[in-house]
Design a protein around this ligand. Structure first.
Ligand code: PMP
Length: 440
C-alpha cells in the first residue's frame, strides 16, 4: 500500500501521514535502556519495577482461582466504564489512609494511573496549553503531556519539593507569553525521580498557588503508602493535598506499587463534574477497565491482609534504600551528591561539576551498571548532570555492587575531565532528550 501523503522514509513510509500530535511521541530513555539493562550481568538501578516477588503469590493464586471458579461469568465479562462499584468502595478505604474522604461516585477506575494521567490531560488540555511540572518530573507524565501537545514548563524543586514562589512566577510568566495555564502536575510524596517529599506546610502553599491562579492541581500519588521515615506527618502516611480541597484537586492512585503492577489497576478521584467527563473519556478509550483485574484486586483487598503486605513491601524497600545510601556514602567521589528518599523507589544523584550522565551511560553499561540519565525527566534537554537511581528491584548486595561499579565509572570520568581540562562531555550541545546512541 502506498501512503497517501507522499513518501516518508525507508524505515517508516507513513511518517508524513501522522497527526501533528504524534511528533511529541518519542521513545523515552528508560525504554531504550530496558533491552540492555535487563541482561542478568548488568546491575540495573534504572527501571522502577516494583518487587512483586515480595507478594504472597500462593495467596494471590488462591484468590484468582476462587474468583474465576465462583464469579468467572461476571469477572470475564465487560464491566462499567467507571469501574466496579465494590472496588470503588474499597478504594475509598485505601484513600482514607492519606486523609481523603471520597464518595465511590467520584472515583474512576483506570488501567493503571498512567491511563488516568492520559484521561485528565485529554479532558483538560488543548494543544499549547501550559502544564506546570516539577524539575525533574515523571517521564510517563511528560510523555502524556507531549502527546497532547501541551507546553510543559518545569518549575524548580528544593528539599521540600516544588517551590511555590517559583511556581507562581512561572504561571505569571506563561500568561505574559500569551500561553494558557491549565494545570499543575505534582508528585508530592516520594517523588519520581527526585526522591523528595513535600511537608505539610509546602502542600498548603502549593494548593494556595493553584487556587489563587484558578488552575487544576493534578496530584499523582502512587508511592504515598510506601514511606520509611517521618516527613512531618508523624507515623501516618503523608496527607494528600486532595484531602484539603476536593473541588480543585484531581488525585491519582494506583495498586501498582501496593499490590501488583501487572494487574494494571489505578484510579482517579475528581470533582463531581470532572468525574463525568473522565468516565466518558475512559469509555472512548477502553470501554471499561478490565473487570477481571479489578475483581482480583477487590477479592485480594477483602480476603488478604493488605495493610500487612504494604508493610512487607515498605520494609523491603527500606532495606534497599539503606543499602543504596550506605554504598553511595562509601564509594562516591567528592562532589557527587544525592537525595535521601523517605519512601518510594528513587534517589536523584548529581554528578560532580562538568560530568554528563547521558554521555557517561554507555561506559556505565560497559561496566555492567545501568541508571536513567536525568535528561529523561525534562522536556528541554536539561538534567545532564543528574541521574535517577532506583533501589526497588535489585537485592541489597546487588545494589551495593552496582553503586561500587558506578562510582568507578564516575572516578574514570573525573580523571578524563582533569586530563583534558574541561570534560569532553561539556562540549555536547544542549538539546532535546535522546537515548544514548548505542541504545537506540
Ligand atoms: N505516576 C508516577 C509518578 C509513577 O512513578 C508511575 C509508575 N512508574 C505512574 C504514575 C504509573 O503507574 P501505574 O500506571 O502503574 O499505576
Amino acid at each position: 500500500m502506498v501512503p497517501v501523503t507522499g513518501p516518508g522514509n525507508r524505515l517508516d513510509p507513513w511518517i508524513n501521514a501522522y497527526a501533528s500530535r504524534a511528533r511529541g511521541m518519542t521513545a523515552s530513555e528508560i525504554r531504550a535502556l530496558f533491552a540492555v539493562a535487563s541482561r542478568p550481568e548488568v546491575v540495573s538501578l534504572a527501571g522502577g519495577m516494583p518487587y512483586v516477588s515480595a507478594l504472597n503469590l500462593d495467596a494471590l493464586a488462591d484468590t484468582v482461582s476462587d474468583l474465576v471458579r465462583n464469579q468467572g461469568a461476571y469477572a470475564l465479562q465487560y464491566g462499567s466504564g467507571q469501574g466496579d462499584i465494590t472496588l470503588r468502595d474499597q478504594i475509598g478505604e485505601v484513600m482514607a489512609e492519606v486523609g481523603i474522604n471520597a464518595h465511590p461516585d467520584d472515583i474512576v477506575v483506570t488501567t493503571g494511573s498512567q491511563m488516568a494521567l492520559d484521561l485528565v490531560t485529554r479532558v483538560f488540555c488543548d494543544p499549547g496549553d501550559a502544564v506546570f511540572v516539577e524539575a525533574p518530573s515523571y517521564v510517563g507524565a511528560l510523555g502524556v503531556f507531549r502527546a497532547y501537545e501541551c507546553t510543559v514548563i518545569h518549575v524548580p524543586m528544593d528539599d521540600q519539593g516544588l517551590q511555590p514562589g517559583a511556581l507562581d512566577e512561572a504561571i505569571t510568566a506563561a500568561r505574559l507569553r500569551g500561553l494558557r495555564p491549565k494545570m499543575i502536575y505534582t508528585i508530592p510524596s516520594f517523588h519520581n525521580p527526585a526522591g523528595i517529599t513535600q511537608g505539610p506546610a509546602r502542600r498548603h502553599e502549593i494548593l494556595s498557588v493553584a487556587q489563587r491562579n484558578g488552575l487544576l492541581l493534578l496530584e499523582d500519588d502512587p508511592y504515598g503508602l510506601l514511606g520509611f521515615d517521618d516527613v512531618g506527618f508523624g507515623d501516618k502516611p503523608p496527607r494528600a493535598i486532595r484531602a484539603d480541597d476536593a473541588d480543585g484537586v484531581v488525585y491519582l492512585g494506583s495498586f501498582s506499587k501496593t499490590i501488583a503492577s501487572g494487574l494494571r489497576v489505578g484510579w482517579a478521584v475528581a470533582p463531581h463534574g470532572v468525574r463525568e467527563k473522565l468516565v466518558l473519556a475512559a469509555e472512548a478509550a477502553v470501554l471499561c477497565p478490565s473487570n477481571y483485574a479489578q475483581m482480583t484486586i477487590s477479592s485480594y483487598l477483602s480476603t488478604q491482609p493488605w495493610r500487612q503486605q504494604i508493610k512487607v513491601f515498605t520494609e523491603t524497600y527500606r532495606e534497599r534504600r539503606d543499602a543504596l545510601l550506605n554504598a553511595l556514602d562509601q564509594h562516591m567521589p567528592v562532589g557527587t551528591t544525592w537525595t535521601t528518599p523517605a519512601g518510594g523507589f528513587y534517589s536523584w544523584l548529581t554528578l560532580p561539576e562538568g560530568l554528563d550522565a547521558t554521555a557517561m551511560l554507555p561506559r556505565a553499561i560497559a561496566a555492567l551498571v545501568a541508571y536513567v540519565p536525568g535528561t529523561g525527566f525534562y522536556v528541554d534537554g536539561s538534567g545532564r548532570q543528574h541521574m535517577r537511581l532506583s533501589y526497588c528491584y535489585p537485592e541489597p548486595d546487588r545494589i551495593t555492587e552496582g553503586v561500587r561499579r558506578l562510582a568507578g565509572v564516575i572516578e574514570d570520568e573525573l580523571q578524563l575531565s582533569h586530563t583534558f581540562g574541561t570534560s569532553h562531555t561539556l562540549t555536547r550541545p544542549e538539546g532535546p532528550a535522546t537515548p544514548a546512541p548505542d541504545l537506540q
